[in-house]
Design a protein around this ligand. Structure first.
Ligand SMILES: Nc1nc2c(ncn2[C@@H]2O[C@H](COP(=O)(O)OP(=O)(O)OP(=O)(O)O)[C@@H](O)[C@H]2O)c(=O)[nH]1
Ligand SMILES: [Mg+2]
Length: 197
């Protein structure tokens, strides 16, 4: 476990990264949270995108959960050619929300993206670094069945999975809350003496 990061005001920062294929809904998910979740004090929304809205490097929205805890939430650039940028954004990550696209024609992109994430984080993914999965775009025609996506993405039974529609916010808050809870629990677990863990 890495050291807790504190800023000059003594607030602890956790880094969350939204990962997944291009056009899957990472930026839309973050925007929905930023605009709709009460009880989180938000910093500026930073967006590095092309004119059509596709992320070029990352989005960042700092969200203060309590007086002492801030979640710095990033999205990655999903297009294949931005692999190097994704690796940089993952540096020091404390938790991942994988945003999958339920559109049938995007199945291959989902698989490539989660494989790349596994390549970057190895054994830490889902253990030291909590993973939550959002099966997004549940509203599209012929959305792939939940079971099929779980099987094709090789998600184990330990991984929390939510069905989401980022454009309207369905399921988004629950997915995010679960991830923040897992991150905090992991920290407490890491700080506890062995006999309690
Ligand atoms: N129907 C539907 N459309 C969605 C949903 N979520 C996002 N979209 C749309 O999908 C498109 C891509 O969404 P983004 O949030 O920009 O995707 P992204 O994952 O950030 O893409 P990159 O930045 O290229 O990695 C936009 O037109 C969104 O409005 C959803 O749940 N349902
Ligand atoms: Mg984006």
């Amino acid at each position: 476990m890495h050291c807790l990061r504190k800023d000059v005001n003594g607030r602890i920062h956790f880094k969350i990264v939204f990962y997944g294929p291009s056009m899957g809904g990472k930026t839309t998910t973050l925007k929905w949270l930023y605009n709709n979740v009460a009880g989180l004090e938000k910093g500026d929304f930073t967006q590095i995108a092309d004119p059509t809205g596709r992320t070029l490097f990352f989005d960042l929205a700092p969200m203060q959960a309590t007086e002492t805890v801030v979640f710095d939430v990033y999205t990655t650039a999903g297009q294949e050619r931005h692999k190097k940028q994704r690796k940089v954004v993952l540096n020091g990550v404390d938790g991942i929300l994988f945003v999958a696209d339920s559109s049938p024609e995007q199945l291959g992109e989902n698989i490539e993206s989660i494989n790349e994430l596994r390549e970057f984080l190895g054994e830490k993914l889902g253990t030291e670094i909590p993973l939550v999965v959002a099966l997004n775009k549940r509203d599209v025609p012929n959305a792939l069945p939940r079971k099929e996506l779980i099987m094709k993405l090789k998600l184990d039974s330990e991984t929390p999975i939510y069905e989401t529609i980022a454009t309207t916010g369905v399921g988004v808050k629950h997915a995010f809350q679960t991830l923040t809870r897992e991150i905090i629990l992991r920290q407490i677990h890491g700080l506890m003496p062995k006999k309690f863990s």
